[in-house]
Write a protein that binds this ligand. Structure first.
Ligand code: PXP
Length: 246
């Protein structure tokens, strides 16, 4: 099981103070330093979301991480022509297409691949022809899984937000949906990742989902890093993942 560490919140904190003076000598915290700290803790890949409005991660952050960090880079982005051009220049190892605008979001919050097949297919083809494996961030919904396979994506990232935010019977039902979606994705030859709201406290339940090869985790690691530092926070998560049967 690989751990992808999402360091977007480091950029969020930097922008809160220094958005208008990114080149200043005193700008902090450093995204690159965060990527290095995550790598030191055992991160298997680094995830960055460069948003269309550049509200957190900047183009220069993505290029610096690509250049300096010898780990696979997973770029999250909206499926737009401008972001495609950016990704073609950056050449990350993977690109995860995510919804950024209201109309691209399904009821649960994943990308509506099934409703955008013709729009997404050429983006997936262009990314993969350029050496970046395409992943679709989707709800655990069979129609979305099948649509992702039909446009040639090599990976799906199952949205675990509802799983994370519910308890009891609702969580059990959502876990069952994740299990079914992961099985279908695997049967269709897709690599299966999961992300959003994953924490040490919900890992054991998540380990019931078969075929997962990577977890993408951000918020809880940065939250924990406030108190113990990012390298130990990543180590703690790696240990918790390693203690379970996947
Ligand atoms: N995967 C994707 C596609 C995301 O957009 C995010 C951030 O929301 C994550 C994983 C990480 O989620 P979290 O920060 O809740 O761990």
């Amino acid at each position: 099981m690989h751990l992808g560490v999402n360091i977007d919140h480091v950029a969020t904190l930097r922008q809160a103070r220094y958005a208008t003076m990114l080149e200043s000598h005193n700008t902090e915290p450093s995204v690159l330093e965060a990527a290095r700290a995550a790598m030191a803790g055992g991160a298997d890949s680094i995830t960055l979301h460069v948003r269309e409005d550049r509200r957190h991660m900047q183009d220069a952050d993505a290029h610096a991480v690509r250049r300096e960090i010898p780990l696979p880079l997973n770029l999250e982005m909206g499926a737009t022509p401008a972001m495609l051009e950016f990704a073609l220049g950056l050449k990350p190892d993977y690109v995860c297409l995510v919804p950024e605008r209201r109309e691209e979001i399904t009821t649960e919050g994943g990308l509506d691949v099934a409703g955008k097949v013709e729009e997404l297919r050429p983006i997936v083809e262009a990314l993969q022809a350029n050496g970046s494996k395409a992943s679709m961030f989707i709800d655990p919904d069979l129609a979305q899984v099948e649509a992702s396979a039909s446009i040639g994506a090599l990976m799906v990232e199952l949205h675990t937000g509802k799983f994370a935010n519910t308890q009891g019977q609702e969580r059990a039902a959502e876990t069952a949906r994740l299990v079914a979606a992961a099985k279908r994705a695997h049967a269709l030859g897709l690599e299966v990742h999961a992300g959003h709201g994953i924490q040490v406290a919900n890992l054991a339940e998540l380990s019931a989902v078969p075929h997962l090869t990577e977890l993408n985790i951000g918020h809880t690691l940065i939250s924990r890093a406030i108190f113990i530092g990012l390298t130990p926070a990543v180590q703690e998560m790696k240990n918790a993942i390693a203690a379970l049967q996947w």
